[in-house]
Design a protein around this ligand. Structure first.
Ligand code: MEV
Length: 417
């Protein structure tokens, strides 16, 4: 069985880290070469086909979070992010969660929602649409042989009326099982395909025909138990619960708290080529689903005094189609995860968000976040000064103790060793 709890991964050289990942994920020489390449995975020619008016490409750091155990399976989690401490924090959270078996996660089937706006619809439109549901679904499904062959595709048509300052409008929604894709394209295609038929049925005029990114039929959940001793004792558990109450009851804190969760989720989304804006927009709406913007996670103490964390949010992600098919590094990152379904991808992302949230809230409820951050910064500087792995700890300790954390000081201290 694979083991993602790789000791001192951060002290390894790039080559050693790549070897670990290669063995873990069975990467080929060609994949290794892509990871080692200097263009961040895409050439200008490729970029020029992806967007308009391209003038170059833009790279970000790709790192690996260790220690993740999710539904009994070990994962090395690729994360693309510019912010220091995030990958270390995710690895730390996952390490503490391992003691009680890691993360329990689940994700809904991938149901995408498409919306068609109908204006001036006849009074009996909702009944007529229900009566024509099969015809609407077959027309929608005629647009995707792939989904139809898999028994997936458009499954349900529903209606809702909106009262607006400019009058009433009818919103027709298609519920579409998009399988392992994110599904934006197929959803939009199906919405456009049924619009004319809806006009005939309702006698109205259709205007917008577009998916909803508020993917409430694609909810992912993760939970984990964090051992009270590893957390730092029951008083720290209690303080973390108080910190959570702050986030859950104050929008100013909730936004920052949820931003920390998104540090984990979006870093995995970036690495695997997901639509991060769709994920962010849906998560923020979900955080406000009660009518008030609240924490996406929940933290409590169990009967044994351990800390229990859970996270729930809509996640529309895919492992086929989209940028994941175009970007070679996104493809390799998906291979490193070894996922076989969009649901598994959503589970990993949710677990990473929860691990991240644990580490942030733990740091905030104890030493504050700057201490760990500065220690990591010092470690990076020691390495940049040329220190060998066995020299790094001494240099870091000295710089932190003196409160003089700089590249020059790291070089001086290295000279003295
Ligand atoms: C920093 O990117 C994220 C945190 O601010 C999250 C939080 O405050 O919970 C540390």
């Amino acid at each position: 069985m694979k083991d993602s709890s790789i000791s001192k991964f951060f002290e390894k050289t790039r080559k050693e880290r790549l070897d670990v990942v290669r063995n873990f994920a069975n990467l080929s020489e060609a994949e290794l070469e892509i990871l080692q390449g200097s263009d961040g995975g895409i050439s200008f020619e490729k970029a020029d086909k992806m967007v308009e008016n391209a003038i170059g490409t833009f790279s970000l750091p790709l790192g690996i979070a260790t220690n993740f155990q999710i539904n009994g399976k070990d994962y090395l989690v690729p994360m693309v992010i510019e912010e220091p401490s995030v990958i270390a924090a995710a690895s730390k959270g996952a390490k503490v969660a391992r003691k009680y078996g890691g993360f329990d996660t689940s994700a809904d089937e991938s149901y995408s929602i498409g919306q068609i706006q109908v204006l001036n619809a006849d009074v009996a439109s909702e009944i007529k649409i229900k009566e024509s549901e099969n015809e609407i679904l077959s027309l929608a499904n005629s647009k995707s042989n792939t989904l139809s062959k898999m028994g997936k595709g458009a499954k349900e048509v529903s209606c809702k009326k909106l009262e607006t300052p400019t009058g009433e409008m009818l919103i027709v929604e298609l519920l579409i099982d998009v399988g392992d894709a994110m599904g934006a394209n197929v959803t939009n295609t199906m919405c456009e395909a049924v619009a004319l038929l809806l006009e005939e049925i309702t006698g109205g005029r259709t205007l917008l025909r577009i998916l909803s990114n508020y993917s409430t039929k694609r909810i992912a959940k993760a939970s984990a138990v964090f051992d009270k001793d590893e957390v730092g004792g029951e008083h720290v558990v209690d303080n973390i619960v108080l910190a959570y109450q702050f986030a859950d009851n104050d929008v100013y804190r909730a936004v920052t708290h949820n931003k920390g969760i998104m540090n984990g989720i979006i870093a995995v989304a970036n690495a695997t080529g997901q639509d991060s804006r769709a994920i962010e927009a849906a998560a923020n709406a979900y955080a406000a689903r009660s009518g008030r913007y609240r924490s996406l996670s929940k933290w409590s103490k169990d009967e044994n005094g351990n800390l229990v964390g859970s996270l729930e949010l809509p996640l529309s992600v895919g492992i086929v189609g989209g940028i994941a098919n175009v970007h070679p590094i996104a493809k390799i990152c998906t291979k490193i995860l070894g996922v076989t379904s969009a649901q598994e991808m959503a589970c990993i992302m949710t677990a990473t968000g929860l691990a991240q949230n644990y580490s942030a809230i733990h740091a905030l409820a104890t030493d504050g976040i700057q201490k760990g951050h500065m220690r990591l910064h010092a470690r990076n500087l020691a390495a940049a000064a040329g220190a060998r792995p066995e020299q790094i700890d001494a240099i870091v300790q000295k710089m932190v103790k003196e409160n003089k954390i700089s590249l020059d000081r790291a070089k001086e201290l290295l000279g003295q060793i």
